[in-house]
Design a protein around this ligand. Structure first.
Ligand SMILES: NC(=O)c1ccc[n+]([C@@H]2O[C@H](COP(=O)([O-])OP(=O)(O)OC[C@H]3O[C@@H](n4cnc5c(N)ncnc54)[C@H](O)[C@@H]3O)[C@@H](O)[C@H]2O)c1
Ligand SMILES: [Zn+2]
Length: 362
């Protein structure tokens, strides 16, 4: 069954299509967007060998023109300006013009890089996201944040540039390593804690479907998250306020990633622990009942997700949080839950309480 969600951004509106085995019929979905247009596929060294051929033939069928492609080494280490420059050279060689289309086939790293190239090549050309990790299906492919890392920090160079279509085929999750699936699940649970108790409870009641990678249940999870993200992005496209609540778990999580050394914890693992640290801080501030935090911990444990960042110290975390690009004038902002389904943005928290919250989960 196919599900379609509209991201409403006036003239920049677009659809997210979620369909099991969508890649089999990708040409039908792509046809409206790329007919008679030159396309260029960007992918990584893990994803392209698995799905590249299928996407090339779908693009050829829909556009009538053979697409060129660029494949870079998989992983966050490729998310830099050098890769962007390499892709600029490749697309120039392919003679892409302002009417051409870039297709991102891969996880969040591919989507962020390809989107940034699309945003900047000839002052901006169209692009389509075909996300292949759970994280990119529920989060990074929707909302138009594109960009790359600098040696000084993650995502420091970027642009807002919305795709024309997001095409999600959740059958590709069958080849995704389980650690990456769990990382994506952290973002899924994040949506429940931020907005939606019913959604959170549905996760809690269907652990066995999640652990057994039930396709229908994943399609429900993905569409629910996309719907929530689409709603937020429509209200606050460039993160002037509301969109910031999507960073629940991320103030702590980014700091964990940074001190442990990027890669020691994958993003979703750091966010999983970060959500618990934020939950603990909320309990200490008497914002949230401890039962609620215990419920979040129980779900993460049942899904065998990361619930501790061993060896991380509070002092190092505070230092890292202060240097985060979202921190203004040393004032660290936290997204803290009041209940499951309801968060608030809080600043000016006593540092000793923050350290105590970190200690509980490190
Ligand atoms: N733009 C945004 O709004 C946004 C939001 C969240 C995260 N991000 C960014 O997303 C990135 C993380 O994304 P990610 O977790 O998808 O990482 P990723 O793109 O590195 O993918 C994780 C790994 O899985 C492999 N892979 C991908 N799909 C596969 C499949 N179907 N089968 C087998 N292997 C597969 C990849 O090659 C890679 O090794 C970070 O750079 C982060 O900053 C961006
Ligand atoms: Zn995240």
């Amino acid at each position: 069954m196919s599900k379609s969600i509209r991201v409403k951004l006036k003239e920049r509106s677009y659809d997210i299509i979620i369909e099991y085995n969508a890649l089999n019929k990708a040409s039908d979905h792509l046809n409206n967007f790329i007919s008679n247009r030159k396309c260029f596929i960007v992918s990584d060294s893990n994803v392209f060998p698995l799905y590249g051929r299928e996407v090339i033939s779908a693009v050829f069928k829909a556009s009538g023109i053979n697409p060129d492609y660029y494949v870079f080494d998989a992983g966050e280490k490729s998310k830099n300006l050098q890769t962007v420059e390499n892709i600029y050279h490749a697309v120039l060689k392919s003679e892409l013009d302002r009417s051409s289309v870039i297709i991102a086939l891969g996880g969040g790293v591919v989507g962020d890089i390809a989107g940034f190239v699309a945003a900047t090549y000839m002052r901006g050309i169209d692009y389509i996201q075909i996300p292949t990790t759970l994280l990119s299906m529920v989060d990074s492919s929707v909302g138009g944040k594109t960009g790359v890392d600098m040696p000084e920090g993650k995502n420091l160079i970027g642009a807002f540039w919305q795709p024309k279509l997001v095409l999600i085929d959740n059958s590709v999750l069958k080849t995704l390593p389980s650690r990456e699936v769990k990382g994506g699940l952290a973002e899924v649970i994040k949506y429940g804690v931020i907005f939606d108790l019913i959604f959170f409870d549905k996760i809690n009641d269907n652990i066995e479907y999640i652990n057994s990678m039930d396709a229908e249940f994943y399609s429900y999870l993905i569409s629910s998250c996309c719907r929530l993200k689409a709603e937020i992005v429509a209200k606050d496209e460039e993160e002037h306020g509301l969109r910031a609540i999507l960073n629940y778990g991320h103030t702590f999580g980014h700091a964990i990633e940074k001190i442990a050394g990027f890669g020691a914890y994958i993003h979703g693992e750091a966010i999983s622990v970060g959500m618990l640290m934020a939950g603990e801080l909320a309990c200490q501030l008497n914002m949230m009942d401890r039962d609620q935090l215990n419920k979040i911990i129980a779900v993460l444990k049942k899904l065998d997700m990361c619930v501790k960042a061993e060896g991380i110290t509070g002092a190092a975390m505070l230092k890292a949080m202060k240097s985060d690009k979202k921190t203004k004038r040393d004032n660290v902002c936290f997204i803290l839950p009041r209940d499951i389904g309801n968060v608030e943005i809080i600043s000016g928290v006593d540092r000793n309480l923050v350290i105590k919250a970190i200690k509980k989960f490190s």
